[in-house]
Ligand binder design. Structure first.
Ligand SMILES: Cc1cc2nc3c(=O)[nH]c(=O)nc-3n(C[C@H](O)[C@H](O)[C@H](O)COP(=O)(O)OP(=O)(O)OC[C@H]3O[C@@H](n4cnc5c(N)ncnc54)[C@H](O)[C@@H]3O)c2cc1C
Length: 195
């Protein structure tokens, strides 16, 4: 994904705002694997992700150190799309930001470690389908409930939490993968490889 923003779209990009509407919008071309996901945020900010079903090294062809050039290169990939949507990239108020997607394997789980567990992306990193933050909050609530039910045996609470978490993760990872039919997940980068 490549992230861009249009600020104050009500006055500066009204035609684009009218297409996006009052919430979020996705446009996806199955033939090319190219899409645009847009969220309307406060102050009529349009927050966009240009989406490409491509392996990581494909993005090496875009110079993200040169914001205007990157915007032109990415916008050119939307040739033939209506100008109101192309403007989300071409007229971005920020230099386009590369957001590679990573995912843990579906069915990922771990051997229980006494006194320790995981919630959110650490437990079930998946390609974004608009639910990741919700699942992170849900995990936190479930973990809190589990501990509240047996506060004197926290390790049993962690085990109970994990027993419900692992099958739930299969469902959520499957749903996220379905959002990107052509996506091949790459292992997350190691700490040493992170920017
Ligand atoms: C492009 C994109 C779009 C998305 N859109 C949506 C959406 O529309 N709706 C939605 O619900 N979800 C969305 N998500 C997913 C959502 O952002 C995540 O699922 C969510 O943020 C996970 O929350 P978390 O608390 O588990 O992890 P994070 O939000 O990643 O929080 C982990 C925190 O730990 C910190 N940290 C890491 N290592 C250490 C360390 N060693 N010491 C101290 N701190 C550390 C990190 O800096 C970070 O602040 C999107 C994700 C992406 C990539």
């Amino acid at each position: 994904m490549i992230e861009t923003y249009l600020y104050e779209s009500d006055t500066r990009h009204p035609a684009t705002l009218a297409l996006v509407g009052s919430g979020s919008m996705t446009a996806y071309d199955e033939a090319t694997g190219i899409g645009l996901g847009v969220q309307r945020e406060r102050a009529d900010t349009l927050h966009s992700y240009a989406m490409f079903d491509q392996p990581l090294d494909w993005f090496d062809g875009i110079d993200f150190n040169d914001g205007p050039a990157a915007a032109r290169t990415v916008a050119a990939m939307f040739e033939g799309w209506v100008p109101e949507l192309v403007a989300l990239v071409a007229d971005s108020d920020i230099p386009p930001i590369f957001r590679p997607l990573y995912g843990l394997p579906t069915g990922h789980r771990w051997e229980h470690v006494p006194g320790v567990t995981l919630i959110g992306d650490a437990a079930h990193l998946a390609p974004p389908d608009g639910e990741g933050a919700n699942w992170a909050l849900f995990d936190a609530g479930q973990l809190g409930n589990a501990i509240a039910q047996q506060p004197k045996n926290v390790d049993a609470a962690l085990r109970a939490y994990e027993a419900a978490l692992f099958p739930r993760n299969i469902d959520t990872a499957t749903a996220a993968a379905a959002y990107y039919p052509n996506l091949t997940c790459t292992d997350p980068p190691t700490a040493a490889g992170q920017a």
